[in-house]
Design a protein around this ligand. Structure first.
Ligand code: GDP
Length: 449
């Protein structure tokens, strides 16, 4: 494929690092060599930093800076790329951008550079999405994970699974082509073992992808508990010096969400459980409905209590959706000179601490970080909900294929489930995509990326 075919030339300010820093105008497409020559006054040397005077059509100086030319296909987009580094003034960069457009480029849409990189086979879709996640990362762990995904750690895991799936399909399809041998084949334990190994590999990848989503999106922790249990105090203690970035969310007194605190990329939201009580009041009932809605979207419900085993708390814990992780904090241990501790109570992870003195709060921080996947090893990668959804669908299809083989001895059916599973896996890396999906993904990028 000719990487520069069918494309016009696009330009955008890629970075504008402020008055003291460097700003970059990035240009990509077939018109780049001509634009570079016009700005430099001679053909540019590939991958060489030219110090140049960028001038307008009238010869007037716009800015002085570096001009870098990357000929296709060895560039970010796979097309001819030009990077103009000037002073970080938005005014100068804007003038430079207009000059480049006068020379034949047009303004890039959000994410268009990365979209071209994807279309030219420089990145697969999961890697392209990781570029946006890297830019948006709110913690070091999230940035590191996005970097891993951008470098293909996640994609390689998906491709490995895909390869094993194709391998299995070859066997199943072969058996269908020779129906007289089908019965023997379906009884072959090697096939069942292969499918089981595939399902194990899939389950592990799904788990890591779920952690990857939490890494990039943050963990939604809702702090609940009866009035005066110490919810606000705990939020303050957790936020520590980050307290300044607490944002109050305006709402009625019955709105469940009051404030959000960011703790190393983890979103902690304070919920007032008063809104969760049974009530006859119309308005309050709406509050209850919303409160439960918020809790249903949370990853973790942190119950703060002064007294373990309080009936009202236990009722609340059982009313939570099953997939919300529950953590109990028994607060105010300073009152009777208790020591901080972690353990389990009724099979629920429980911490004894004091929000007032801070004793035991670090242990809770660690628990939250672990739940957010932030202490998870070297190879942690970022992922998106879209990827997790696809992996879950693959899981269902593999389960159905296993059932078709083991219980029904239906080779045709199993083959169809496996074929679909392959298709869905391919959606993650972009082997199979729709224009709508691409539009949604790249439209959410910032301009210049
Ligand atoms: P909320 O209604 O659950 O948000 O509770 P607050 O955080 O407003 O705390 C209620 C009261 O308990 C306040 O007077 C706090 O100072 C007090 N309190 C909170 N945490 C502790 C603690 O760890 N030890 C002690 N002794 N008092 C606490």
């Amino acid at each position: 494929m000719n990487a520069t075919a069918n494309h016009d030339t696009i330009a955008a300010i890629a970075t504008a690092a402020g008055a003291a820093g460097v700003g970059v105008v990035r240009v990509s497409g077939p018109g780049v060599p001509a634009i570079a020559q016009a700005l430099l006054g001679r053909p540019p040397t590939p991958r060489h930093a030219h110090f140049a005077a960028f001038r307008g059509a009238d010869g007037e100086l716009i800015d002085r800076g570096l001009l870098l030319y990357f000929p296709a296909p060895h560039s970010y987009t796979g097309e001819h790329v030009l990077e103009l580094q000037g002073h970080g003034s938005v005014v100068l960069l804007d003038a430079l951008l207009r000059r480049v457009c006068a020379l034949g480029a047009r303004l890039a849409r959000p994410g268009e550079f990365t979209e071209r990189a994807f279309l030219n086979g420089k990145l697969d879709l999961a890697q392209a999405e990781a570029v946006a996640d890297l830019v948006a990362a709110r913690s070091q762990a999230a940035a590191r994970a996005a970097l891993h995904s951008m470098e293909g750690v996640f994609s390689r895991r998906v491709l490995d699974l895909l390869q094993r799936l194709i391998d299995l399909r070859v066997h199943v399809e072969a058996a269908i082509d020779f129906p007289e041998e089908e019965i023997d084949f379906l009884a072959d334990p090697a096939i069942a073992r292969k499918l089981q190994a595939l399902r194990d590999g899939h389950a592990a990848l799904l788990q890591e992808a779920e952690r990857g989503v939490r890494l990039s999106d943050g963990l939604r922790v809702v702090i609940v508990g009866r009035p005066n249990a110490g919810k606000s105090s705990l939020l303050n203690a957790l936020a520590g010096r980050d307290r300044a970035i607490v944002t109050s969310i305006a709402g009625t007194t019955r709105d469940v969400l009051r404030e959000t605190v960011w703790l190393d990329g983890i979103a902690l939201e304070l919920a007032d459980t008063a809104g969760l009580r049974d009530t006859e009041d119309e308005v309050e009932r709406e509050g209850v409905r919303r409160a439960h809605g918020e809790l249903a979207m949370a990853d973790v419900a942190l119950l703060v209590t002064e007294q373990a085993h309080h009936a009202e708390d236990l009722a609340l814990l059982t009313s939570l959706p099953p997939d919300v992780t529950r953590v109990v904090v028994v607060n105010k241990i300073d009152r009777d000179g208790g020591l901080p501790a972690t353990g389990t109570m009724d099979a629920i992870q429980t911490l004894w601490l004091s929000a007032r003195t801070g004793l035991g709060v670090d242990a809770l921080r660690e628990v939250l970080k672990r739940l957010a996947g932030q202490t998870g090893g070297e190879g942690a990668f970022s992922a998106r909900r879209r990827h997790v959804d696809a992996l879950r669908r693959v899981g269902n299809l593999l389960a159905q294929a296993a059932h078709a083989l083991a219980a029904l001895r239906a080779g045709e059916l199993a083959a169809e489930e496996l074929r679909q599973a392959q298709h869905v896996l391919g959606e993650i890396t972009g082997t199979y995509t729709s224009d709508d999906l691409l539009g949604a993904i790249f439209g959410s990028f910032c301009i210049g990326k």
